[in-house]
Design a protein around this ligand. Sequence first.
Ligand SMILES: [Zn+2]
Length: 991
Amino acid sequence: MQTNAKSSRRQRARGTLDWRKLESKWQKKWAEAKIFETDPKPDRPKFFVTVAYPYVNSPQHIGHGRTYTMGDVDARYHRMRGYNTLFPIAFHYTGTPIAAMSKRLSQADPEIVETFTRIYHVPSSKLDEMKDPLRLARYFHEEIRKGMKEIGFSFDWRREFSTVDPLYKRFIQWQFRRLRDNGRITRGTHPVGWCTNDNGPVGMHDTMGDVEPEIGEFFLVKFEQDGIVFSTATLRPETVFGVTNLWINPDAQYVQAEVDGERWIVSKDTVQKLQLQNRKVAVEKELSTKDLLGSTVFNPVIRRKIPIFPGAFVDPKNGTGVVMSVPGHAPYDYQALEDLKSRAGPMVNAVLGWDEIKPVSIIQLDGYSDIPAADAVKKFHVQSQEDPKLEQATKEIYSAEYHRGVMKQNTGAYSGMNVAKARDTVVQDFTSQGLITKMYEILNRPVICRCGTEVLVKILSDQWFLDYGEADWKKLAHECLDNMTLLPEDIRPQFEYAIDWLKEKACARRVGLGTPLPWDPSWVIEALSDSTIYMAYYILSKYLSREWMTFKKFEKAPEKLMDEFFDYIFLGRGDPGEVSTITDIPKRVVEGIRREFEYFYPVDMRHSAKELIPNHFSFYIFNHVALFPRKHWPKGIAANGHVLMNGQKMSKSLQNIIPLRQAIQTFGADPVRIGVLVTAEMGQDTDFSEQLARSIEERLVNLLVQAKKLGISRGKKKSGRPVSILDRWMLHMLNEMVKQTTNAMDSLRVRETIQRVLYQMDNDIAWYLKRLGPLKRGINSRDLVLRKILEVRARILSPLSPHVAEEAWSLLGGRGFVSIAPWPEPDDRSLYPEAEISENFVKQVLEDTIEIMKATGIKPKTIMYYTAPDWKWKTYLRALEFANSGTDASRVGDFIKMIMSDPEIRSEGKPAADYANKSFQQARQLKELRSSRVKTGSVDEAGILKDAKEFFQREFKASVKVQKSGTKEIDDPKSKAKTAEPYRPAIYIKE
Ligand SMILES: [Zn+2]
């Protein structure tokens, strides 16, 4: 997306700042000083934060950048807050997608070749070796690792591993044996998402756009015609009493087939689905829709003949492609019938005899007419059966009727039942009569496998399942969830739903990379099942590193690392001496590893993307509660939104995917980090654009320019303590910023933090400098103040833009790395609320004056300010207090009486009564401001404006005169002084 000419132009424009040089300088220093390598420190609190390890089937793009940056920000923040912070990373190789990609490369599939070369920038010379899945994985592993280092993530790299490492497999086998011991694994027959091309089950990681296939049940209600069954698929079998006709798609293909001994008519697409669900299907003949349309079938429930009509909205791939029409209660059916009546054509003529068809009302629903479907069609302004608004209309009626609807008298035995109950009863009764059968369907279809095939439902027999449907297990998962911190908190209902909804999950495949099932090695444990408790393995992986080599001898013979070892380390079972004997690892090392696990576990915060809530995140909870004691259950989950590019979703077809490494090259690491975080808080989608990255870059560069200047001035000028009211104001604002950003960071409101530390602070500093004006000799507290500000900003920016923060810190002469410097604390000695009040007042007067100049078009020679007299302040403050005790308008009389009883005020005569009335009304309008103004009391506005006189004269290039109303011999040629009120000085502008 970035042309070379463009980037070299930018290089020149940037002048001296070379991001690559700056970034690698600090990355090298961090690595050399090992500041991110974390070992237990029993005297310090720990924080264990993880990000879901990346899947190595592609390089990371800017969207991945967000989740990992957020995890890094979390880790860096906690490090500065004094936590001994462990932040490790590993790489996920498991599953079929990598193998599928290699296979497609071997077949020289043009689409995958283009993706690799044009989007991922894989050199074409590499493509050949990537036909081997493991080498493909290693290539992207390397690529991702480089990107993670270049963006400055503060990982403890000693703990890196991949999921095909021999010892990791050993760990996973231990996990699965223990799960089986605990009764969490079953073998049985269950529906799964299935790819007929790969001939294997499909989970979220295997689908385009990472969509989890949701499996649900359709009911097939059978209508008959001369011994032939029309199997209509519906989610609402109780509405069969209101059926007026059937729908088929006039352009689809249908077949007559023998299904489990009956003769069925279904769409051609249905045949394979029925077969996958273990039904015996033999197609007898293909049918022309002309033969079917206009003929009749028998509704066995209301015992009447009904016609078959054409409906373009019917999807032959959904259900059976045959639909029963309930126009009274289904908006699609209602609209399709309307369309049929209004559209002329041969098909319509053929069925004209049926034009008396009217919706039948069978469900009573309060707040709706007899025909709720018609109400919804009207409400959503639906135009035709192809109108996408019908989806919403359908959802609304479905939900309203399910929760509040009651069956009417014309439903016989079900009359008076609520819809939910009627549905269960109808299914029970009709199933026993052979009128209803079931079929599984992908509810959120179409879900497309990465190979391009639509995912269907297959009933698998003899498959290994994790039994997430088990009630006891769900109870433990809920208990864990109830005690967890969720960021943002509003994702909790999604977790509740997922935990309740999850059923048996196929946990092994016949193909793909990964760990063989220990008791049946013809199966490989799949990707979402071997990634649930691996955070515990980070404790072990350190001991594989060069520094320790504890496990070196097991890499060639992993089977020698026995389950007893894992039992002791992770569950505290058994005896360290025996474990030492079995494994030949010194006892003190065995005990040390156990201590390290006990120190770091559980995980305090786990980061990933929000679409992992119904799968990975939930499995993470389930598996922990199944294996570990309560004290080691997960404590927090952070679910990040997506990154949009210029407001659009990133997609290969839009060609708007920017690989992370390319983005770092183009914009610099820190602008990318802030760029993916700044436009929204965690749960929402952020929007990245080149323009945004450039503007961030500019601000960061300015910060460094400032640091350089202040660094040079350091030590030169000794004079000056921050004493002026302006200095106080600036330090007060800095303090407020520290308080607010600390509060925001505690719940990772990173957007707010960036807004305050970068944007708001820039504005405040600009105001401070503008107010100060040109420096006078002798009173140079300015640089002292600016240096203090920058020192604090460098620390707060350190988790967000660590490279710029380090550079600024070192330019200012800070000690050590800012990355591990303490997070700034608010300084109570630098709280000057009166300074904030006075600067707000100056700002207000400045704006008001500009407004008047604009409105009158006058270029002033003199500006006169008149501040309110004492008696108005007295009145005003009493009005505020009075309003605090209730703002009932009828009390105005009492208030005026009270004010006028003060002899000093009464002496002002009628204006005093008028102002009492006015201030009473004003005080009623004020809300939060009221209490703070009461607390502030009267403000010496004349004093503030006199202090700011030079500033106003500079700004307006005019002479400025400040007078307090009510004082003697006031210069007031236009009698403006009498209009002055507290917080609203009168302004007179003279040409
Ligand atoms: Zn596939």
